[in-house]
Write a protein that binds this ligand. Structure first.
Ligand code: GCB
Length: 645
């Protein structure tokens, strides 16, 4: 089984495909043909069976669960004719773990690494009539990959899984995200990079554009021509309480004609670490939320917008404002929803289970650096993405670890100096944290340590947080903590594996974390139950630490979290209300200026009052005190969804 490396930094993947007057994106999702096995089927697949794309093949094809490929895919499609001024590419949202593609028998290229997009030029291979696209996907694990597999036991957590992975999720394989035929101008807009910096009364937006060929580029923000740097007023900034999105339109004109156009929906905000605080738009912010896997019955790791929508709306409904894309970059449509709903995202690379030994170490490091660069290229313009996590639980107890992790953190900062960088660690006392701007701590008191003992669990967590606070003047996000709860498992008093124990432990640990000034966020592991490889500690091959079941039914903890977080969400709104009140105090209302003597003074309604709430942006209503009565009420979801209207 070979993996091709001829597209180390895929071209054309920076700007996500779109259809407009000068660009076409033809979605090739749907029913493809597939065949497991490995012959040269690059000209067309004999005897293929149907398979849904996007989707993993493991849970779709009978008997194929543990088969990691290779699998050959085929899709036939009609394409519009290209003009001499256009070029075409096939863009894959994610092929897990590596893929190679042919169009009409002609090899287009390949890409290694799941969860990240790549585009293969097909200008010369594309025909005006029917086209045969064949893709060979390999999902096998190995020490020369990221994430690695078949790892020597001294470099794992000591758990044995089948298939033999050093991480706690099933190694699903296949075409996991959208596949598109993308037609763009040969000379056009290649990349747009936004950069926001803070200003006293708002922020300043800069735009770096890359074009090929001659021409003049113009930019417009919400329809108004702009010449960056452009000042954006405070009220137009993006935040969880007010996820305002703008439309940036770039147009390239050549010889008086529109040659290319690209439209970017974007939120404008700043994020930075300040001492032990995390600041959004210059104000301290606390992250409340989850680690989230992309996992669902039958789909496996296949992206579906309905699932992402459901998950992110459930998060907002509970009062969460944040999640981590554990343990790989999430689908781009999920980030569209996060941008719209005002969810703050810690974006993680696929570097889970890194270890720092053996002859394949240089190659793993090279891949980890490359995947990081691809992630930053993909997500750098996202308002929702507020931090990079360059790895999950690297085995930091090795002498080579700190320097290699340092290289990853430095690389993230060099690629994008506008977001804090860190890595999720379960070994906070090992070397390495000096490289991080922000500490992401994974810790399981009350589960793997101090099982069944809530008091000891809380004080153990407190001890770790105190120690981190003394050692580092850096903010800490508790990126993982929790307990498995088998749905329907109950006990009084609470016992491990029951819903009551999960609820009690989460509440105790949230309470403890809240006492520590260095803690700027708590992400419960996990949002929903998810599939793992087989192991003696994973009943039914599932991790049951979800607050929702695998099919997104709430466990007891969900309701409790909604209660706990509802109060916090109000703080955010009040914070904003206070700011408004302050502004109103300083600035007389126009009505007051031209009121005639004896005229009735319009009554001001106290913040949070009904009349006042009706005028608030919908996202704020969602978190308002009235909404706390039943935090799982359906109409709140409607309000959040309207937030951007
Ligand atoms: C961890 C890992 C996560 C696991 C979790 C668990 O530390 O980062 O991937 O699923 O623990 O439940 O064991």
């Amino acid at each position: 089984m070979t993996v091709n490396l001829d597209h180390p930094m895929p071209d054309g993947a920076h700007l996500r495909p779109q259809t407009n007057a000068r660009r076409t994106a033809l979605d090739l999702s749907g029913v493809w043909l597939v065949r497991l096995g490995d012959r040269d089927w690059s000209r067309g697949l004999p005897g293929g069976i149907p398979v849904g794309v996007p989707g993993s093949w493991n849970d779709q094809l009978p008997g194929a669960r543990d088969d990691l490929g290779p699998a050959w895919y085929e899709r036939r499609f009609e394409a519009p004719p290209l003009t001499a001024r256009q070029e075409a590419a096939i863009r894959f949202g994610s092929a897990c773990y590596a893929a190679e593609a042919w169009l009409n028998g002609r090899r287009l290229g390949g890409h290694e690494g799941g969860h990240l997009p790549f585009a293969l030029d097909c200008t010369d291979a594309l025909r005006a009539g029917e086209n045969v696209l064949v893709v060979r996907v390999v999902g096998q694990i190995g020490r020369d990959r990221v994430p690695p597999g078949l790892v020597p036991s001294e470099h794992t957590h000591g758990r044995v899984f089948h298939p033999d992975v050093p991480f706690d999720f099933f190694p699903y394989a296949g075409l996991h995200r959208r596949v598109e035929l993308v037609v763009t101008p040969r000379d056009g807009i290649r990349d747009l990079r936004l950069r926001t910096t803070g200003a006293p009364d708002g922020a300043v937006l800069e735009v770096a554009a890359e074009t090929s060929g001659e021409g003049a580029l113009t930019l417009a923000l919400d329809g108004q021509p702009v010449t960056p740097p452009h000042h954006v007023a405070w009220d137009d900034l993006w935040s969880p309480a007010s996820p305002r999105l703008h439309t940036l339109t770039a147009e390239l004109h050549q010889r008086g004609e529109l040659a290319d156009r690209y439209v970017l929906r974007c939120g404008i905000r700043t994020v930075e670490v300040s001492g032990q605080e995390l600041h959004l738009n210059g104000r301290p912010i606390q992250l409340r939320g989850f680690g989230r896997h992309e996992d669902f019955p039958v789909l496996g790791r296949g992206a579906h917008p309905a699932l992402a929508t459901r998950d992110l709306l459930l998060m907002r409904q509970l009062g969460a404002n944040s999640f981590r894309t554990a343990h790989y970059p999430c689908d781009e449509e999920t980030l569209d929803i996060a941008d719209q709903l005002g969810l703050l995202v810690i974006a993680e690379t696929p570097a889970v289970g890194l270890y720092f030994d053996g002859q394949d170490l240089p190659r793993r490091q090279e891949l980890a650096l490359r995947f990081l660069a691809e992630l930053v290229a993909r997500d750098r313009n996202r308002a929702s993405v507020i931090a990079w996590s360059v790895a999950n639980e690297p085995r930091m107890n090795h002498p080579a670890a700190a320097a290699m992790l340092g290289e990853l953190c430095d690389s993230a900062r060099a690629l994008d100096g506008t977001r804090p960088v860190g890595y999720a660690t379960d070994l906070p006392d090992a070397a390495g944290l000096e490289s991080a701007d922000i500490i992401f701590l994974n810790s399981y008191p009350g589960w793997y340590r101090h099982p069944g003992r809530l008091d000891e669990a809380a004080s153990a967590l407190g001890g770790t947080l105190d120690r981190l606070g003394r050692s580092w003047r850096k903010p800490v996000v508790l990126t993982e903590f929790g307990a498995d709860a088998i749905p329907g498992g109950h006990a009084d008093p609470p016992a491990m594996w029951t819903e009551e124990y999960q609820e009690a432990l989460l509440e105790r640990l949230l309470e403890e974390a809240g006492r520590h000034e260095n803690v700027v966020g708590t992400h419960i592991w996990a949002f929903a139950d998810f599939a793992t490889a087989q192991a003696d500690h994973r009943p039914l091959s599932l991790n049951f630490k979800g607050v929702f079941t695998r099919d997104r039914r709430p466990k007891l903890a969900a309701r409790r979290l909604a209660e706990l977080w509802a109060g916090r969400a109000v703080e955010e709104v009040l914070h904003r209300e206070r700011r408004r009140a302050e502004r109103d105090r300083l600035r007389p209302e126009p009505a007051e200026l031209d009121r005639r003597p004896g005229e009735r003074v319009p009554q001001r309604v106290a913040p949070g009052g009904l009349a006042d709430r009706r005028q608030q942006p919908a996202a704020e209503q969602q978190a308002s005190p009235a909404a706390q009565d039943d935090p799982l009420r359906a109409e709140q979801v409607d309000q959040v969804a309207d937030a951007d209207a």
